[in-house]
Design a protein around this ligand. Structure first.
Ligand code: NAP
Length: 256
């Protein structure tokens, strides 16, 4: 049987879950690609390759060399560069592509969100008066808050923030979701958090901090996503499965 070769660009819970669902298909040959940012990546259900491709051209070369039949961009909604590269490489090589992307969180009654479009805007949106700020934005861009040393910070990330923030008051919490609402309520109260900075990542694993903020009346600076490249999207693993079969169907390949 000729197998369909599928490359899943990962680094998310959804990518792993999708790979797990596809792993049992005898007609699929799945490779999951990881950037290599996480120091101790979780075991994955399919073969993995780790590290960048060398831009859109490098990815296009990989798609050709490896005879990839379908590219699935299941990267994090804030991993904008690899998503742009994926769309460009798929376009150049004529490889079918879609994105598995969780829908963004929507503001609810009782939320006190200030929406911004970049980390720089988030830094500028901090209040003048001193606050204890909970940074729930991952480690890669936390350093931007060194520009506001008048605040105290609690920084939560999967891997250590290196170098640490150049501010007098910062504490670091290494933790990996999912996070329970009770635990988030306890954390925000015990740490006397006055403000949260978050990325609008979507999904359920890290939503509880926003529910906790709503209950406690804590304001949130919400960094919204950049517009994604204009390719087909599935919002969940369930929605992705029929799309995969459709994109690989012989009728579609014949252009019917
Ligand atoms: P990014 O800025 O969009 O990508 C930067 C470069 O990293 C890309 O140009 C590519 O290098 C390489 N890369 C990214 N994802 C890759 C993948 N899945 N496989 C191979 N190479 C990849 O990405 P990022 O924001 O640094 O995110 C890196 C990884 O962490 C992604 O896998 C993403 O899903 C995951 N992640 C990101 C966030 C976030 O908030 N940004 C949160 C959770 C998880 P080349 O140009 O050399 O190909």
């Amino acid at each position: 049987m000729t197998k369909h070769r599928i490359l899943v660009l990962g680094g998310t819970t959804e990518a792993k879950a999708l790979a797990g669902r596809l792993a049992g298909r005898a007609d699929f040959d799945i490779t999951l690609s990881l950037a290599g940012r996480t120091l101790d990546p979780r075991p994955q259900p399919v073969q993995t390759r780790i590290g960048g491709f060398g831009g859109a051209d490098g990815l296009a070369r990989y798609l050709k060399d490896e005879k990839i039949d379908l590219l699935i961009d299941a990267t994090h909604p804030f991993a904008a560069q690899i998503s742009r590269n994926a769309a460009e490489a798929a376009g150049k090589t004529g490889t079918p592509i879609f994105a598995l992307r969780r829908p963004a969180w929507q503001r609810q009654d009782g939320d006190h969100w200030t929406s911004v479009t970049s980390m720089e805007e988030a830094v500028n949106a901090l209040p003048i008066e001193k606050s204890t700020v909970f940074l729930a934005i991952g480690r890669q861009e936390a350093g931007a808050f060194s520009a506001r040393p008048e605040h105290a910070y609690l920084v939560r990330s999967v891997d250590p923030v290196e170098p640490p923030l150049a501010v007098p008051e910062a504490r670091y919490l290494l933790a990996c979701g999912p996070f329970a609402l009770e635990d988030e309520l306890h954390l925000l109260q015990s740490e006397k958090i006055g403000l949260i900075v978050a990325k609008n990542s979507g999904g359920s694993a890290t939503y509880s901090k926003l529910e906790a903020a709503r209950k406690l009346g804590i304001p949130v600076i919400m960094i919204e996503r950049q517009a994604p490249p204009g390719i087909a999207e599935a919002g969940s693993v369930e929605a992705a499965l029929p799309l995969i079969d459709h994109l690989l169907s012989p009728a579609r390949k014949r252009g019917e």
